[in-house]
Write a new protein. Structure first.
Lengths: 386, 355
């Protein structure tokens, strides 16, 4: 039996989602832009999903733009607003953004857009005073992550939103990790643009959305066809969007229960690790973190090898950000929090979700001490031969 | 529970079949690809990693990529460049296969709960008679034998190493790969040093050690007559004919490189033979040097069939080799490996050829 504790990487598809997608793949084959009955049926499925997503985030259906995922939604938000508001005005973001925000803003910085990255403290908390100082009338966009994918640290979005509103600066929030784990209600928090991805909350991969509040002008990223009110060209992936809709509805209904169960398991795991494994420390402000996420530094261990050793024992976790080439890159988020590369390399992210139980959590905290000892022996041997 | 074995998977056919054989034998196999170079070198490129991953998936085994780019540069590539700049012609694959790969992978194996490491080398490990330790032997396919690269493995490394294709020929390996439907069955051989895919050693040396390459110098004959000029000693290796640009009406070959004085010494082919070689860093597979000189077939480079010789162990991991007949292109920096039949007795690094 596998124990999957990597729900921040991706989540298993819920049965309800799978059933709805299978039906849609078979029945909703029409093109939603077509005038005939087949088209109308697909269009109906699309708009039904749009309503469910809008209900989840407290927005109007017309404010939802379906995309291929949060990466596309982030690019659409950043380029779309920047292009629509005129050239080379300041972009403000944080030092702990996901690469799908960090890299596009970096690329724009390289071609002349002034770019400011707000620092975080050693617990991963954003420096709000610095943000207040950096905000100027000429700022094109502020883009911050709602909940950090590696540490789970939650940004004070309400206060950031107030600040942006008071200065008249549009705010984009990458809420990919927050949806389904925290209340994300745009009718209560004045966020202007919000990105998310279905596969992080038990929906399918390859589909996500951007919420664009109000009538804000947004230059399209993919042009051609005029779909999504001209904001995203291309025939929509109807069955995936149907799956997203069902996953959104489940997330809305189960939010409180998920948060409570997640936090109980997460806290139990931390207590078990702390009690049984020496020299560990928790990364990220524990008072302000996603209910499902636990980032632990196993001091002086080789994190990537610990991931492999746990995998061999049937446990899925992650170290830093996954990279196809196998290159070991210490987590940029942990480096931004002032960790050394060696400390960042020793960090493991546990993220719980649907399907986890107390028995699994206790099993993991029981097998960890031996595996950590071996991963420490390896790091010591490698250090010795350097 | 079955024994867990870590197998080094390069993405080539040999290590693919090595992994497959271990799976057939019932081991709990964990595949690891070593990422050695950040640049696109041929031996460990992303394509090769993906080939290895696909084989692992087909075999149903776990597979990981281990990043050793920093250590590889420090322990293999830079010493290679330094040796070239010192007038030697190094063979980095020996240092890489023995010390580097096995050392690293055995460390990693322990962390993953495995004691042994398997590779796709064509070599065999046999248990010696009596209280003798493990013996290292040539692979069964004489054209593919890679025991030359492994002479430096220590007793602990040898006891934890495993060469599943060592008893097969290359043709048998390919046939097995085809039968198993492995995507790497028809993959061509890699021949060059992995981080010098185009054979341009001088450029690699200059890239690794910018500014350290020596400038132009003199080409002399053995009597000390200046015959011409060269572009830097790192462009030359013993036995080389090309690139000398001497118009003497007869072919001349590099006999010796004097890096300290930035000189290349040339001679006619008939004068290239060496009567012997002085070795350093000698390793004896049995774990101790023989008390008296031994007869052995000595290979002075990877593709060398070997020359009959007398090998005498010296102090401080040294050895003196005396060939029965002169041997051409005995090149400082290459390994000299001693064989008794198929058995590897040991080997060392050529410090100088003896006339």
């Amino acid at each position: 039996m596998r124990i999957y504790l990597d729900h921040n990487a991706t989540t298993p598809l819920r049965d309800e989602v799978l059933a709805a997608m299978a039906r849609s793949l078979r029945d909703d084959f029409g093109n939603p832009s077509s005038a005939h009955a087949e088209g109308a049926r697909a269009k109906g499925a699309l708009e039904d999903a749009r309503e469910r997503v809008a209900a989840l985030v407290g927005a109007r259906p017309g404010e939802i733009v379906f995309t291929s995922g949060a990466t596309e939604a982030n690019q659409l938000a950043i380029h779309g607003i920047a292009t629509a508001t005129g050239p080379r005005r300041r972009l403000v973001t944080s030092g702990v953004e996901h690469p799908s925000v960090a890299e596009p803003t970096e690329a724009m910085g390289a071609v002349g857009w002034p770019l400011t990255r707000i620092a975080v403290d050693p617990d991963g908390r954003l420096d709000l005073e610095a943000l207040a100082t950096e905000l100027e009338a000429e700022t094109a966009l502020v883009s911050v992550i709602w909940a950090q994918n590696e540490t789970g640290v939650v940004s004070p979005i309400e206060r950031i939103a107030e600040l942006c509103r008071s200065r008249g600066v549009p705010l984009h929030v990458d809420a990919t990790q927050a949806i389904g784990k925290l209340p994300v209600r745009l009718d209560r928090v004045p966020v202007d643009l919000l990105s998310a991805s279905a596969h992080k909350f038990n929906g399918p991969k390859g589909v996500g959305f951007l919420v664009v509040r109000g009538e804000r002008p947004l230059a399209p990223w993919l042009r051609g066809g005029g779909q999504e009110r001209g904001r995203r060209g291309g025939t929509p992936n109807v069955p995936a969007i149907v799956g997203l809709g069902v996953a959104a509805e489940l997330a809305a209904t189960e939010l409180d229960e998920r948060a409570a169960c997640g936090a109980a398991l997460r806290d139990r795991l931390w207590r078990g690790i702390e009690a049984k494994t020496p020299s560990v420390r928790r990364n990220g402000d524990p008072t302000c973190v996603l209910p499902n996420t636990l980032n632990v530094e196993f001091t002086a261990a080789a994190g990537e090898v610990l991931v492999e050793a746990l995998d061999g024992e049937g446990v899925a976790v992650s170290a830093g950000a996954a990279c196809a080439s196998g290159a070991v890159h210490p987590s940029p988020a942990l480096l931004a929090m002032g960790r050394t590369p060696a400390e960042a390399r020793a960090a493991i992210r546990f993220s719980v979700g649907h399907g986890n139980d107390v028995g699994q959590i206790d099993h993991v905290s029981t097998i960890l001490p031996d595996l950590v000892a071996r991963a420490r022996a390896l790091a010591a041997a490698e250090g010795g031969s350097r | 529970m079955s024994e867990r074995v870590l197998v080094a998977m390069s993405g080539g056919v040999d290590s693919s079949v090595a992994a497959a054989l271990l799976v057939e034998q019932g081991f709990d196999v964990v595949g690891v690809s070593m990422r050695l170079s950040a640049e696109g070198s041929r031996c460990c490129s992303l394509d090769d990693v993906e080939d290895a991953r696909r084989v692992a998936t087909a075999l149903g085994i776990r597979f990981y990529v281990a990043d050793y780019t920093d250590a590889f540069r420090r322990e293999v590539m830079e010493p290679f460049a330094d040796a070239y700049l010192g007038g030697q012609t190094p063979i980095p694959c020996v240092a890489c296969n023995g010390r580097f790969k096995f050392h690293r992978l055995l460390e990693r194996a322990r962390a993953l709960g495995a004691e042994r490491v398997a590779t796709g080398h064509y070599a065999r490990i046999e248990r010696g008679g009596g209280d003798a330790g493990l013996e290292l032997h040539c692979g069964a396919d004489p054209r593919k034998d890679q025991s030359y690269f492994l002479f430096d493995l220590g007793p602990d490394q040898l006891s934890r190493a495993c060469f599943p294709v060592g008893a097969l020929t290359k043709q048998e390996v390919r046939e097995r790969a085809r039968r198993l439907g492995l995507g790497t069955a028809e993959k061509p051989e890699s021949q060059e040093i992995c981080f010098v895919p185009d054979g341009d050693y001088a450029r690699v040396v200059e890239t690794l050690r910018p500014g350290a390459a020596p400038g132009a110098g003199e080409i002399l004959d053995e009597e000390g007559n200046v015959l011409g000029r060269h572009r830097g000693v790192h462009h030359f290796t013993v036995g080389q004919r090309r690139g000398l640009d001497l118009a003497l009406g007869r072919p001349m070959y590099v006999k010796r490189i004097d890096a300290a004085r930035n000189r290349v010494v040339v001679a006619e082919r008939s004068a290239l033979g060496a009567a012997g070689a002085r070795l350093v860093g000698v390793h004896w597979v049995a774990g101790r040097a023989p008390a008296s000189p031994v007869r052995a077939r000595v290979r002075v480079r990877y593709r060398h069939p070997g020359a009959e010789a007398r090998v005498e162990a010296l102090d401080r991991q040294g050895a003196q080799v005396a060939f029965d007949d002169p041997v051409e292109a005995v090149t400082p920096g290459q390994a000299a490996v001693f064989y008794d039949g198929s058995q590897v007795l040991g080997g060392g690094w050529i410090a100088e050829a003896v006339s």
